[in-house]
Design a protein around this ligand. Structure first.
Ligand SMILES: [Zn+2]
Length: 105
């Protein structure tokens, strides 16, 4: 008997259990499809996050060059913050995507 994580509620359950004692999801018949759904959901979540990071990065760029002149003062700080958060965030999401693909079902 081994312990697995319930694909629905992420709590530990026996792999022999018919249904999850925590959330009552049917483990025997749905386990494969539940894991697949969970994987797809996570992929979509990562896609959304990478999109947000990219948007932030572009927003930083737009903010920086708005009106054809390089930003100064408060605007330059805001632009720089968008830049950095967008860039770092995008890198993190990309790494998480690669790791996520590695343990695909
Ligand atoms: Zn559960």
């Amino acid at each position: 008997m081994a312990l697995i994580l319930c694909p629905n509620c992420n709590k530990r359950v026996s792999d022999k259990a018919q249904q999850c004692p925590h959330c009552q999801v049917d483990l025997q018949s749905d386990l494969g499809s539940l894991l697949r759904i969970q994987h797809i959901r996570k992929s979509q979540q990562l896609m959304t996050q990478s999109f947000i990071a990219m948007t932030l990065f572009i927003a930083g760029m737009v903010l920086w060059f708005w009106g054809g002149e390089v930003a100064t003062g408060l605007r330059s700080y805001a632009a720089l913050a968008c830049f950095v958060f967008g860039f770092v965030g995008y890198l993190i999401v990309r790494i998480r995507m690669v790791l996520h693909k590695r343990n695909s079902v």
